[in-house]
Every structure is written in C-alpha cells, then in structure tokens.
Design a binder for this molecule. Structure first.
Ligand code: ATP
Ligand code: MG
Length: 138
C-alpha cells in the first residue's frame, strides 16, 4: 500500500453542530496526516461545480443549497491507501445505515446532512484537491 492523498470535507451541518474539533481529533487518531486544511463558505455555484457529477440527480439542488448553507472545513488527508481508508472511516452515505464507530454514524443526521465527504477514486481525489488547493498549500 503506497502513501496516497484524498480530499475530505467536514460539512456545514457538522460545523453548525459543534463537531469540528472532535472530528479533527478522530481524523488524527485514524492515522491520517493533515497535508492541507482551510475553512471555506462555498457559494451555490462553488457547490454546483464541486458536485457536478450529481447534476442530474433529484437531490442536486437541495444538496448544493445545503453545501453552501454555512462554512465547512476542506482538507487533504494523507495515509497509506488514504482514499479507501477515509471512505471506511466515514461509513455509509446514510448515517442510519453506517457502521458503529464511523464518522457519519456518530456525527451525521440524515442522508443529506451526513457530516463528511471523501473522494471515491484517485481521479476524483485529484479533481477535488485541485478544486480547493494550490500546490503551495500542501
Ligand atoms: P460524498 O460524495 O459527499 O462523499 P457519497 O460518495 O457517500 O458522499 P454520493 O452518492 O456521492 O455519496 O452523494 C453525494 C452527497 O449527496 C451525499 O454525501 C449526501 O450529502 C447527498 N445525497 C446522496 N444521496 C442523497 C439522497 N438520496 N437524498 C439527499 N441527499 C443525498
Ligand atoms: Mg460521492
């Protein structure tokens, strides 16, 4: 397993609920190295660009309203097999179906307000990291 980077978000619902500090601690306890991190309040258009792959989905408008509803924390996480490792740590998209001890189980409220995002493949990680960070920030 080679060292890999993935892109992660602490979503606006989790920040509003006051979970940011606990979630960052959990990320470090899992063994991820924080290579870059910033707080950002997305515009509706920023959120639409980020989730462009979901443009045709029925929840697209609601999702992009939610993602632009308040600040979030955007991060580059590094670890061996980071993409899969972070997806596992987050748990299923729907917190009600997520395994015990996962971030979404513990901090998510609904299938939309699910506390975290993680890239699902090397190509999406590269796109998403490039959407938010410049090379100098790593
Ligand atoms: P993410 O891409 O945010 O890491 P994911 O890969 O687990 O989550 P996707 O299918 O890519 O899930 O959906 C993107 C986001 O859209 C979800 O994280 C969630 O916030 C929202 N979402 C997904 N499915 C639904 C749904 N059926 N209804 C409302 N919102 C949804
Ligand atoms: Mg996804």
């Amino acid at each position: 397993m080679s060292t890999e980077r993935t892109f992660a978000i602490i979503k606006p619902d989790a920040m509003r609920a006051g979970f940011t500090g606990r979630m960052l601690a959990r990320i470090e306890e899992h063994g991820f190295i924080l290579r870059a991190m910033r707080m950002v309040h997305l515009s509706k258009r920023d959120a639409e660009g980020f989730y462009a792959v979901h443009r045709e989905r029925p929840f697209f408008s609601s999702l992009t309203d939610f993602m632009s509803s308040g600040p979030c924390v955007v991060m580059c996480l590094e670890a061996p097999d980071a993409i899969k490792k972070w997806r596992t740590a987050m748990g299923a998209t729907d917190p009600a179906k997520a395994d015990a001890g996962t971030m979404r189980k513990d901090f998510g409220a609904s299938i939309e307000n699910n506390a975290t995002h993680g890239s699902d493949a090397p190509e999406t990680a590269a796109f998403e990291l490039g959407y938010f960070f410049r090379g100098l920030e790593f």
